[in-house]
Design a protein around this ligand. Structure first.
Ligand SMILES: [Zn+2]
Length: 248
């Protein structure tokens, strides 16, 4: 593979040996991947602050023959999302985006819409300082783009309309159940009001929704449901979710 130029969002980095780092990246042109950044741990590294978590960067990547890992040649900062993370709630939200993206997006699979979504949500976090609506919007679209957003209006077992009471879910659920079909493990409920709100709000661009004065009621409730769906889909707990409890 020759040198490839791509835009990317830095999901996180970790140390590799004494001097290098591995960057977990969501690239616009190549999908999600990991690449070695040689010398990135050194104080005067050519990467400077470009590999901070959630930075929007332009990268040049290459692949060595017969090696699994890709290598970074250089990086250039396009937009930083570093300062906003001084606010602890926004920091948690940013880490949530990174963790979900890493878990949900398949490696080396192009996903331009998901890329634009992550960028729009990062910008919303930065400019609004609000956490609830951007994260709900992110959850809804990650589920929908990934093809695992269930029907939010009917019971997944009997097909009856859920109505005002909403639906029940729990560990392992892939959809919502009505009161009659509810299984012993489905001990969480999301109200019909929250489900209606999500479907109306998430159809519009995120900045238009944020321009409305107040966060809609039901955001947290709907987010909890989506977080559970994501965990069920990836078949593991999200580390960040426990840290967010009571904070975000
Ligand atoms: Zn039912």
């Amino acid at each position: 593979m020759p040198l490839v130029e791509t835009e990317a969002i830095v999901l996180r980095t970790y140390r590799l040996g004494e001097a290098d780092k591995i960057a977990s990246l969501f690239t616009r042109q190549l999908g999600r991947l990991r690449a070695v950044a040689r010398g990135a741990q050194r104080p005067k590294s050519r990467y400077g602050g470009t590999l901070e978590p959630l930075s929007h960067v332009r990268l040049w990547i290459f692949e060595r023959e017969n090696r699994d890992l890709l290598h970074l040649n250089s990086a250039e900062l396009m937009e930083s999302f570093f300062d906003m993370q001084k606010d602890y709630r926004v920091q948690l939200a940013a880490q949530y985006l990174a963790e979900v993206a890493e878990r949900v997006l398949p490696e080396r699979e192009l996903n331009e819409r998901a890329f634009r979504l992550v960028l729009a949500v990062l910008r919303a976090l930065k400019h609004s300082g609000e956490v609830n609506r951007p994260l709900l919007y992110f959850d809804y679209w990650m589920l929908r783009l990934g093809g695992f957003l269930p029907d939010l209006e009917t019971c997944s077992a009997c097909g009856r309309a859920l109505g005002e009471e909403g639906g029940y879910y729990g560990l392992g659920s892939e959809g919502l159940l009505c009161r009659e079909c509810r299984l012993p493990g489905a001990d969480q409920r999301v109200s019909g009001g929250a489900l209606d709100m999500v479907q109306a709000a998430c159809q519009a661009p995120l900045d238009r929704w944020l321009a409305e004065e107040k966060a809609s009621p039901g955001c947290r409730e709907a987010r909890r449901f989506f977080e559970q769906l994501i965990e069920n889909h990836v078949e593991r707990k999200l580390i960040i979710r426990e840290m967010m409890e009571g904070e975000v």
